[in-house]
Design a protein around this ligand. Structure first.
Ligand code: ZN
Length: 220
């Protein structure tokens, strides 16, 4: 079976959300001295391709170890918004034009937004991604979306470094609906069509707000 990898490789150049812990790994043991290779990892809970649990924004929200895994494996719809400019808002009208209602018809609870912005990974432009309108997120929740995946750093606008506070409206709507957000997806362009199956499983980390995932897709 052909498996499509939707995850960025974690390496020393992994681009963090501004201010987040930086990924690093170093050899803690090696075959020559110890008889085996072993690596020490340092990373944040939102490093690379990862999932946000409701607890990321809600004190009483579900933590990573409490997520319903059945929501994270299964059919996913992909909605195309390929022509957005830096820091341009993705509106409900944009999604409707891309037939989001039809794509979700049939009970898809996972929606991936394919902007193509992952091509800017590891460049400053990656931070200037298009972002989803809060009202559009509200409508997606009403349509039954339980997992929102984006091929950008953030479904909300990422602060531009000017000191302005970020707005986390989409996070508040999606996580507030006991649903989940997957960020920093890559390789969505290689997926044929607008329906795939995906697996977006997190590590089983106690009381945590997020976790790196190995996101993959396949055609059943
Ligand atoms: Zn996150």
């Amino acid at each position: 079976m052909l498996i499509y990898d939707l995850s960025h490789k974690l390496d020393s150049e992994t681009q963090p959300y501004p201010g987040d812990p930086v990924f690093s790994c170093h050899q803690a043991a090696n075959i020559k001295e110890h008889g085996y290779n072993l690596t020490s990892l340092t990373l944040g809970s939102h490093t690379g391709t990862h999932i946000d649990a409701p607890y990321h924004f809600l004190e009483k929200g579900k933590t990573i170890d409490e997520l319903d895994l059945s929501l994270l494996i299964g059919p996913a719809a992909i909605v195309d918004v390929p022509s957005k400019k830096p820091r341009e808002r993705i509106t409900w009208d944009d999604l409707v034009r891309a037939d989001v209602v039809g794509l979700l018809d049939g009970g898809c609870r996972i929606l991936l937004v394919r902007t193509g912005w992952s091509r800017h990974w590891k460049s400053p432009t990656y931070l200037d991604h298009p972002f989803l309108d809060r009202g559009a997120a509200e409508k997606l929740v009403k349509l039954g979306v339980r997992v929102l995946g984006v091929d950008t750093m953030n479904p909300d606008e990422t602060p531009d470094g000017s000191g302005a506070e970020g707005d986390f409206g989409v996070h508040e709507i999606i996580l507030g609906a006991d649903s989940m957000i997957v960020e920093n997806l890559t390789g969505l362009e290689q997926l044929p069509g607008n329906h795939v199956h995906v697996s977006l499983l997190p590590l089983n980390i106690a009381y945590c707000d997020g976790s790196p995932i190995r996101a993959v897709a396949w055609i059943p």
